[in-house]
Design a protein around this ligand. Structure first.
Ligand code: FES
Ligand SMILES: [Fe+2]
Length: 409
């Protein structure tokens, strides 16, 4: 994009052309106002924060959707409090536990009840401190799923929806084993989410990934988006393994040492049809192997396992990448998964392959942008989030996220 094109964008509807199929050549995000405003994440959802094993009796600090939170475990249960002592603004995560069921600020010993956030005692003002019971720190709903601590970031003062309504359905009632990686990363969470569902990038960006050493990537696809429930799926109608570009040359990722690409178009795993698909995965009847749902949950279904990515906003320029590989097996077969995960998947897939994504997410700079045909994946996601978030705002009777004022007392 040239500077000239970009400078047209703020006027609103700068549409310098439409791709085939009526895909508009949008340059800015004004068509998606909620999405545009969600630089620090969509409030009103559960977010995975860290591994459950990390949360102990020692409070730790985290930032989710721009909100500073401290997590601490007491009596086996994890609690989340706003990470700011109302006295002088010291982070409670700098403090520790002086009494069961509480956390004490390190500065003057203001002590807060974990379940309610109420000021339970002020150590340095004696038992008759007049503020006791009158001051509060905001608390957040906490759940533990998939070996992680999840926190609900409220829009207003609403009750959180059940976390299971937000998890991928197949993870709620099936037995599985999993491995994963949680990483703080640079870049806005929306770039990470868009990258995850981005139709065009994998076949080019990841063509050099070791994960793909023996399997070629397609050159280009014809893809459509299929909504199902709260998910959108990428469905491949055509997969092209090589192409002649007029006046430029031929391009393919096929190599003599790689497997031959499958003859048929496939929609499970981006490597082609497998001889045997795990029964739990098969039972889902996914229309396509890549799917996405609010508030930024990516699901990539392979024949034998499913890879999930949760993109958790930290602030406008940082996010937490939560990558989870799930295998729907039980008993002795789980040992094979762990061996494979620790030996290869963790490094090749969650490591190097995903590192290529992290690199792009860090350097993406949009809007302005000039979308192309495969970006139907991006616009479909933005449309989905716009619609779902609009409904959510209406349901809680809340204004735009930016209008929410931070509560701390
Ligand atoms: S700042 Fe927390 S007790 Fe004083
Ligand atoms: Fe990628």
């Amino acid at each position: 994009m040239t500077k000239g094109e970009g400078s047209l964008a703020p006027k609103g509807r700068s549409r310098s052309g439409r791709g085939r199929g009526g895909q508009p050549g949008r340059q800015e995000w004004t068509s998606w106002p909620h999405y545009d405003a969600a630089a620090a994440g969509f409030r009103g959802y559960w977010y995975p924060v860290t591994w459950s094993s990390q949360i102990t009796g020692k409070p730790l600090p985290f930032t989710i959707c721009g909100e500073n939170i401290t997590l601490i475990r007491d009596g086996g249960k994890a609690y989340a409090l706003h990470n700011r002592c109302p006295h002088r603004g010291v982070p409670l995560s700098e403090g520790n536990q002086q009494f069961p069921g509480t956390v004490s600020c390190p500065y003057h010993g203001w002590t807060f009840d974990l379940p309610t956030g109420n000021l339970a005692a002020v150590i340095t003002d004696g038992p008759d401190c007049r503020l006791t019971g009158k001051v509060q720190v905001q608390t957040y709903a906490v759940e533990e799923r998939l070996g992680m601590v999840w926190v609900y970031i409220p829009l207003a003062d609403e009750e959180p929806h059940p976390i299971d309504e937000q998890l991928p359905e197949e993870l709620v009632s099936n037995a599985f084993v999993m491995g994963g990686r949680i990483e703080p990363r640079s870049g806005n969470w929306r770039f990470a989410c868009e990258n995850g569902f981005d139709e065009g990038h994998a076949k080019y960006l990841h063509r050099t990934a070791l994960w793909r050493l023996f399997k070629p990537m397609p050159t280009w696809n014809i893809t459509r988006i299929v909504p199902r429930g709260r998910w959108i799926f990428r469905v491949q109608d055509e997969v092209h393994w090589e192409a002649d570009f007029p006046g430029v040359g031929r391009w393919t990722n096929k190599r003599w040492w790689k497997l031959q690409p499958p003859k048929e178009t496939f929609n499970i795993g981006n490597t082609g049809a497998a001889d045997k698909i795990n029964p739990t995965i098969e039972a889902q009847e996914f229309p396509g192997f890549a799917s996405l749902s609010m508030p930024g949950v990516l699901r990539i279904a392979y024949p034998k396992f499913i890879h999930y990515e949760f993109y958790v906003a930290v602030d406008a320029d940082h996010h937490r990448y939560v990558g989870v590989m799930v295998n729907f097996t039980e008993g002795w077969k789980t040992l094979g998964f762990y061996a494979k995960y620790l030996g290869a998947i963790r490094w090749l897939f969650h490591g190097q392959f995903s590192g290529q994504d992290a690199w792009m997410v860090d350097v993406t700079d949009a809007p302005p942008e000039r979308l192309y045909r495969p970006d139907i994946s991006l616009t479909a996601w933005r449309n989905l989030s716009e619609e779902e978030y609009g409904k959510k705002l209406a349901a809680v009777g809340a204004g735009a996220p930016a209008e929410k004022t931070e509560k701390e007392t």
